[in-house]
Design a protein around this ligand. Structure first.
Ligand code: HEC
Ligand code: HEC
Length: 216
C-alpha cells in the first residue's frame, strides 16, 4: 500500500512537473522569436551572424547568468574596431525589454535545443593547426572545467565551449586573459588563460570550433 501511495505521489509530481517545464520552454521560444534574439543568434540559436555566439544546447544556468550580466552592463567585453561600438551593444540595448521570467524561460528554451553544427571554415584549417589546438588545450588543463574536448562542463554554471564560432572563442579568451571580461565566474579562468599566447588561443579556438557535439 505504501509503495502504491508513493508511486501515486511520484506519478502526480511527474505529471505536474512536465507541463511547467514545457510552458517555460514554449514561452522562452516566444521571447526568442519576438525580442530580436533571432536576428543575431539565428534560427534555433544555432546560426549566429558574424562572430556572435551560438546558444543552442548551452548550459541553462550559464545562459541565465550571462543574460543577467549583459542586462546589468557588467559584461561589456571588447569593442569592434570597425564600428567603435562594443560587440554586445546591440544586445545590451534591447535587454530592458525582458522581464526576469523572460530571462529564465529563454535560457530554458535555448538549453533544450540541439547543438549547432560546427561552422565551415574557409580556408579549412590544417590538420597541424587542429592537432596543435588539442595539444595546447590539454597542456593548459582546460579539460578540468570544460571537459575532454570542451563538450561538457564540470559545473552547470560553466559554459560548454565545443562547437562555438571560432572568432567568438578567440575574442572571449583574449577578453578574459586581458581582464576585459571580468564578471561572474570569469576570474576562474585567469590563472590558466594567462599562460596562453595569441597563437595558442587561435589554435585552441580553431580546434574547439570544429568539434561536432551532435556526434557525442
Ligand atoms: C544585435 C545583436 C544581438 C541581439 C539582438 C542579441 N544578441 Fe545575444 N549576443 C550578441 C553578441 C555580439 C554577443 C557576444 C558579445 C561579446 O562578444 O562579448 C551575445 C552574447 C549572448 C549570450 C552569451 C553567450 C555566451 O556564450 O557567453 C547570450 C546567452 C545571449 N547573447 C542571448 C541573447 C538573447 C536571449 C537575446 C534576445 C533577448 C539576444 N542575445 C539578443 C548579439 C546579440
Ligand atoms: C577552473 C575552471 C576553468 C578552467 C581551468 C578553464 N575555464 Fe574557461 N571558463 C570557466 C568559467 C567558469 C567560464 C565562464 C566565465 C563567466 O562566468 O563569465 C569560462 C569561460 C570560457 C570561455 C568563454 C565561453 C563563452 O561562451 O563565452 C572560453 C572560450 C573558455 N572558458 C576557454 C577555456 C580554455 C581554452 C581553458 C584552458 C586554457 C579554460 N577555459 C580553462 C572555467 C574554467
Amino acid at each position: 500500500m505504501r509503495a502504491l501511495i508513493s508511486a501515486l505521489i511520484l506519478g502526480t509530481t511527474a505529471l505536474m512537473a512536465a507541463p511547467v517545464q514545457a510552458d517555460e520552454i514554449s514561452d522562452g521560444k516566444r521571447v526568442y522569436m519576438t525580442k530580436t534574439c533571432l536576428a543575431c543568434h539565428g534560427r534555433n540559436g544555432a546560426r549566429a551572424i558574424m562572430s556572435y555566439p551560438v546558444l543552442a544546447g548551452q548550459n541553462e544556468a550559464y545562459l541565465l547568468a550571462q543574460l543577467e550580466v549583459i542586462k546589468s552592463g557588467d559584461r561589456l567585453g571588447s569593442k569592434d574596431e570597425t564600428t567603435g561600438h562594443y560587440f554586445v551593444q546591440g544586445m545590451a540595448d534591447i535587454m530592458h525589454l525582458l522581464s526576469e521570467d523572460d530571462l529564465k524561460n529563454v535560457s530554458a528554451y535555448l538549453a533544450s535545443l540541439p547543438p549547432a553544427k560546427p561552422e565551415v571554415l574557409d580556408p579549412a584549417p590544417s590538420d597541424e593547426l587542429l592537432a596543435e589546438g588539442a595539444k595546447v588545450y590539454k597542456r593548459l588543463a582546460c579539460r578540468s572545467c570544460h571537459g575532454k574536448e570542451g563538450e561538457r562542463a564540470s559545473n552547470k554554471a560553466y559554459p560548454i565551449i565545443a562547437g562555438l564560432d571560432r572568432d567568438y572563442l578567440i575574442r572571449q579568451m583574449i577578453d578574459i586573459r586581458d581582464k576585459v571580461r571580468t564578471d561572474g565566474n570569469a576570474r576562474l579562468m585567469f590563472g590558466v588563460i594567462k599562460r596562453a599566447d595569441d597563437e595558442d588561443i587561435i589554435a585552441m579556438a580553431t580546434w574547439l570550433s570544429q568539434i561536432d557535439r551532435n556526434k557525442e
